[in-house]
Design a protein around this ligand. Structure first.
Ligand SMILES: C[S@@+](CC[C@H](N)C(=O)[O-])C[C@H]1O[C@@H](n2cnc3c(N)ncnc32)[C@H](O)[C@@H]1O
Length: 223
């Protein structure tokens, strides 16, 4: 059963969506099992919702929940496949999963994904990005390369004490809040309208690496 992440992180997203008309369309990029779409529909009453993901097993669960979901990657130009534009595009905890051979390559993949997501938006539509971010950025580069190194030897998580203390796969390329804003600053058609940042508790390994974790929510409007 694919892992489902907490919907509690989406409280501010739902508060924002509740300020918009109920007949808008929403695309959830990286929708997984559809649990976030489920939460949004229940909390907002918005019905015209869609999802894309690359995890077929998770998508099957989203389908049994009754959602219109598609096996598509946000790294591809989806204008033909989806053939529609959305009022809201949500990307929750997806960017750090876009991983290349190096940190720079990974950041370039984030640019591509954000550019494709922006293309799927109507003018005046909203891009909502929710990302776990860490400081300092350079230390996350160290973690990235440790995870890449260990991933040459195993496909399993290398867990120290509990689930989240994992130095093995999956390799993830986390942003710092500053780096994420810097990347998005390059999209001149996106205007920031809301920033939320919440400090999170740390696991044992994160403390060992002197990391600080922030859940960041960014809402942009396309002009
Ligand atoms: C950490 S989960 C987040 C799930 C959910 N969005 C949330 O906020 O709880 C990341 C999701 O992004 C999906 N994903 C990874 N790369 C993707 C890509 N290139 N295109 C679309 N989805 C992708 C994964 O399969 C996974 O379901």
């Amino acid at each position: 059963m694919p892992y489902e992440f907490s919907t509690a992180r989406y409280k501010e997203v739902v508060n924002f969506l509740n300020t918009l008309p109920k007949n808008i369309s929403i695309l959830d990029v990286g929708c997984g099992t559809g649990n976030i779409l489920d939460f949004i529909v229940k909390e907002t009453g918005i019905q015209d919702v869609y999802g894309i993901d690359i995890d077929e097993e998770a998508l099957q669960i989203a389908k049994t929940r009754g959602f219109k979901v598609f096996n598509l990657s946000i790294l591809d130009d989806l204008s033909k496949e989806l053939d529609m534009k959305f009022d809201v595009v949500i990307m929750g905890a997806v960017l750090h999963h876009l991983v290349g051979k190096t940190r720079n390559e990974s950041i370039k993949l984030s640019y591509r994904a954000l550019s494709n997501a922006t293309e799927l938006l109507k003018y005046d539509g909203y891009l909502i990005i929710l990302e776990p971010t860490f400081q300092p950025f350079w230390l996350l580069s160290v973690v990235f390369y440790i995870k890449r190194f260990i991933s040459f030897f195993t496909r399993d998580r290398v867990v120290i004490l509990n689930y989240w203390n994992n130095l093995g796969p999956p390799v993830v390329s986390y942003f710092s809040p500053e780096k994420l804003l810097q990347v998005l600053d390059n999209f001149k058609e996106l205007n920031i309208i809301k920033i939320y940042q919440e400090k999170n508790d740390l696991t044992f390994l994160m403390k060992l690496f002197f990391l600080r974790k922030y859940q960041v929510l960014l809402i942009y409007q396309k002009s």
